[in-house]
Design a protein around this ligand. Structure first.
Ligand code: FPP
Length: 349
């Protein structure tokens, strides 16, 4: 069922599924995203179109998976939750997706990852310098999109704070690579910055575009932040136990690079024999072989890292939904935000 809808129209009787909500959001987002990319310099458009899956490496039309576009859906629905037409927040939704993709392009360079969304990463095709510049162009385009929207000053404040938090989180993540004593508290703070801030910012942007009160904006931001932390926990779980054919990432990529992801740090700090064995295997500098990465995955599980991360993601979902309750959102958007929240914590890619 295509969810033919606009804000304030009567929707289909049945509650739309997460896939239908994302398809509706994509329908609004994609044309505006393409327009934003069209305004970029010629030298950037090819690599950005490749990254979004619109073009192949030789510039021919392609239909690659451009990402789930969860953040812009949160922005559109948050605007609606706060009483505005979802479409009024489209410039903010575009800005959020552009900023998210800036972070992915740079993250892939920093991590040396070769696969994203079932395709080679942009840097591995076009080179590191081109990928860094394309990320820079996406970030500039994000602020340009906000400047064209109905709440430029407030929007810029929200997005710039989220991006600064993102940078802080990424910086901590990279610093953890050279530390053997990362605590779970530090790792949770890193993930709150790296991922929670942009999901929180996505919701807050929708709220400010709806001219919501500071109290409602704060509730919607807190909803997104809790959800973002749950999102990162699930991402870390998928990075170890996800099916590469579904996630579009290479198998055990986080373990090969000895990332201090949340389940790993939970295991390393568990005080269990499996945690101690994991420390001996993991806290070194040489590359982890396939066999060692598989062993590390089972040690993380034996030490309770998988169970802890799964439980914590469930708790964060409940905390997020409590914030949404307190936001007293418009009913249809409230229901759809709940559906998306469940998708985020129960996804397989
Ligand atoms: C400054 C800097 C380089 C920061 C890096 C921050 C960073 C990459 C954090 C990871 C966030 C994350 C889980 C992304 C995947 O999102 P997704 O699964 O929604 O991706 P999709 O768009 O492919 O669906």
């Amino acid at each position: 069922m295509a969810v033919a809808r606009s804000s304030h129209s009567i929707r289909d009787e049945a509650q739309p599924s997460a896939a239908e909500i994302l398809a509706w959001s994509r329908g609004l987002l994609d044309p505006a995203l393409r327009l934003a990319v069209d305004t970029m310099p010629d030298s950037m458009r090819g690599i950005v179109a490749f990254h979004f899956g619109w073009r192949d490496e030789r510039g021919r039309p392609d239909a690659g998976a451009g990402g789930k576009a969860i953040r812009p859906a949160l922005t559109l629905l948050s605007a609606e939750a706060a009483g505005a037409a979802a479409e009024s927040a489209l410039p903010a939704a575009v800005a959020v997706e552009l900023a998210h993709n800036f972070s992915l392009l740079h993250d892939d360079v920093m991590d040396g990852d070769r696969t994203r969304r079932h395709r080679p990463t942009a840097w591995s095709v076009f080179g590191v310098n081109a990928a860094i510049l394309a990320g820079d162009a996406l970030l500039a385009a994000a602020f340009e999109a906000l400047a064209a929207g109905p709440a430029p000053a407030a929007g810029v404040r929200v997005l710039s704070r989220a991006v600064l938090d993102l940078v802080e989180g990424q910086s901590a993540d990279l610093a953890f690579e050279n530390r053997a004593d990362v605590t779970l508290e530090e790792c949770l703070a890193m993930a709150a910055h790296k991922t929670g801030a942009l999901l929180g910012g996505a919701c807050a942007l929708g709220a400010v575009h709806a001219a919501a009160s500071p109290a409602v904006t704060a509730r919607l931001r807190a909803f997104g932040e809790r959800l973002g932390l749950a999102f990162q926990l699930v991402d870390d779980l998928l990075g170890i136990w996800g099916d590469p054919a579904v996630t579009g990432k290479s198998v055990h990529s986080d373990l090969h690079s000895r990332k201090k992801s949340l389940p790993v740090v939970a295991a390393l700090t568990s005080g269990t024999p499996a945690g101690a064995e994991l420390a001996a295997l993991y806290l070194r500098d040489d590359p982890l072989t396939d066999t060692a990465a598989a062993r590390a995955a089972s040690l993380v599980e034996d030490a309770g890292g998988r169970a802890w991360a799964t439980t914590r993601a469930g708790e964060l979902l409940a905390e997020a939904l409590a914030e949404l309750d307190a936001a007293e959102a418009a009913p249809a958007a409230d229901a759809e935000l709940r559906t998306l929240a469940h998708l985020i914590t129960h996804r397989d890619h």
